[in-house]
Each structure stands twice: as C-alpha cells, then as structure tokens.
Design a protein around this ligand. Structure first.
Ligand SMILES: NC(=O)c1ccc[n+]([C@@H]2O[C@H](COP(=O)([O-])OP(=O)(O)OC[C@H]3O[C@@H](n4cnc5c(N)ncnc54)[C@H](OP(=O)(O)O)[C@@H]3O)[C@@H](O)[C@H]2O)c1
Length: 247
C-alpha cells in the first residue's frame, strides 16, 4: 500500500482552511494545520472535528517564519517529507482606503503576502532536493476590484503574481506552485455580508450559481491540484467563484 501523503494547511482552525483540512483527511492524507488562537486550539470539544480525523493542529502565527519552518521540519522528520503546503491563513479589513492606518495596513500585508512568501521560502529550503507542491489561497479580489478591500485586494493580486514567479523559479527543483481564487465563501470572513440582508440579496443576484461557496467547494479543487494527476499543472490560478468573475 502506498504511504499516505502529508499536507500542512495554514489557518486551518476555521473557515476555508478547516474545510480543506477535512477534505484532505477524508481523502486519506496525513493533515497538519495551524492557527493563532490558543483558546480554539486547547478546547477539546470544539476540536472534535479534527481529533476524530487525526488532524494535528499547531499554534503558530504565519508571520513567524522560524515557528512555521519548525513545524515543517517536524513533519519532515516524522513522515519523511511534506508533500504539500497550503498557504490559506489570511485576514480582511472592510475599511475605506482613506481610513486604513499604518498598523492595519502592515498587518494585512504581513499576513496575506509576506507570510505566504516566507512559508514558501522555508518549504523550498527544506525540500529543495526532493521537490514539493504549494497551493496559495488568493481571492477573486486579487483579480477584480471592489470597494473597502484596497490593501486586501493588493495582497491577493500579489499572491497570484508570486505564485507564477515561484512556479517558474522553482520548476527545475521539482516544485509546482498554484493558486486558488475563491469567490464569496460562507465563513466568518463573510459575516459582514451575511448580516446585511439587502447586501446579501444583491450579492446572490450577482453570483450566477446563486449561492455562496462552501469551504468544501474549495477543498475539492485543492485536492485535485495536490494530486499526482495534476503533475503538469503549475503557475496557474484556479478561480472557484460560482461564475462571479466569468461575467
Ligand atoms: N471567505 C471568503 O469569502 C474568501 C474569499 C476569497 C479568499 N478568501 C481567503 O481564504 C483564506 C481563508 O479565509 P476564511 O474565509 O476561511 O477566513 P476565516 O474564517 O476568518 O479564517 C481564517 C483562518 O486563518 C487563521 N489566521 C488568520 N491570521 C493568521 C495568522 N497570522 N497566523 C495563523 N493563522 C491565521 C485563523 O485562525 P486563528 O483565528 O486561530 O488565528 C483562521 O483559521 C484567506 O486567505 C482569505 O483571504 C476567503
């Protein structure tokens, strides 16, 4: 029997990352995930979805490169290699561009872009001789503009460009690097939209498939991109948005 593959998903305690973690675990992968909040990570009741599937959650901030590199090293030492890294952790702001202060701006850039780069870098340095697979979770807001998302959109556009650049630079080392751009997905991040009924209605009218996406809708394409069948796909951006940006 083939050895189970390993995946590390950042921001796997909630939302899309949790959905991706469940999808990979149910597909037979050995799954590691991260999050910042110690309260979530120490509450056995709220974590039964993970423990039931033997998903191992670690507390680490993605902006802490040394901590993230140590988790990757631990996975390599325990299982022989880290087959796939999924950079999913991210934050949004919903603040008018003119009101974003320096701290908030840095926090968004550090989490959504700089940490994606440093995690990719640590993974590459650890496994440059044996290759790997990276999936970066960007956003449709990295492709199209909207109000109240200026710096967030900028970081997601940057992640798409970073994905292409690393795919080229590291192709000879056996790395594939792809991005997924979710549309509007039903998670804590979209609470602001869901709470405002008129805005939600407007949003649904705009989405051709007439519903928000679910974390499972993002897990399936991530599993596809991480599979051996996708061995000729690199540097690509897969949009998963119910048709939103096809119009
Ligand atoms: N929801 C959408 O409609 C949507 C659309 C397009 C793209 N995306 C992208 O998809 C990704 C996941 O979004 P989501 O909707 O699932 O968000 P979410 O429900 O707010 O969950 C965010 C996850 O990221 C973790 N996280 C945030 N900052 C972190 C940090 N500095 N270090 C470690 N973990 C951190 C959170 O864990 P802790 O709180 O425990 O730290 C949590 O697990 C993000 O990159 C987001 O930009 C989302």
């Amino acid at each position: 029997m083939a050895q189970a593959k390993t995946v590390l998903i950042t921001g796997a305690t909630r939302g899309i990352g949790k959905g991706i973690a469940i999808g990979f675990a149910d597909a037979g992968w050995i799954v590691y995930g991260t999050g910042r909040a110690s309260t979530t990570l120490s509450d056995a009741n709220t974590l039964s979805w993970a423990t039931d599937r033997k998903i191992i959650l670690k507390q680490a901030d993605v902006t802490d490169q040394a901590a993230m590199a140590a988790i990757m090293q631990e996975i390599k030492e325990t299982h022989g290699r880290l087959d796939c890294l999924i950079n999913n952790a991210g934050i949004a702001a919903n603040t008018p561009a003119s009101s974003l202060d320096a701290n908030e701006t840095s926090r968004i850039i550090d989490t959504n872009f700089r940490a994606v780069f440093t995690c990719c870098q640590s993974y590459y340095k650890m496994q440059r001789k044996s290759g790997g697979c990276i999936i970066n979770v960007a956003s449709v807001l990295g492709l199209v503009g909207t109000s109240l998302a200026s710096v967030y959109s900028g970081t997601k556009g940057a992640v798409i460009s970073l994905t292409k650049a690393l795919a080229i630079e590291w192709a000879n080392s056996g790395f594939r690097v792809n991005a997924i751009c979710p549309g509007f997905i039903d998670t804590d991040m979209t609470d602001m939209i869901k709470k405002r009924e008129s805005l939600m209605q407007k949003m649904l009218e705009f989405i051709p498939l007439k519903r928000l996406g679910t974390p499972a809708d993002i897990a399936a394409p991530a599993i596809m991109l991480a599979s051996d069948g996708a061995s000729y796909i690199t540097g690509q951006t897969l949009v998963v948005d119910g048709g939103l940006t096809a119009q």
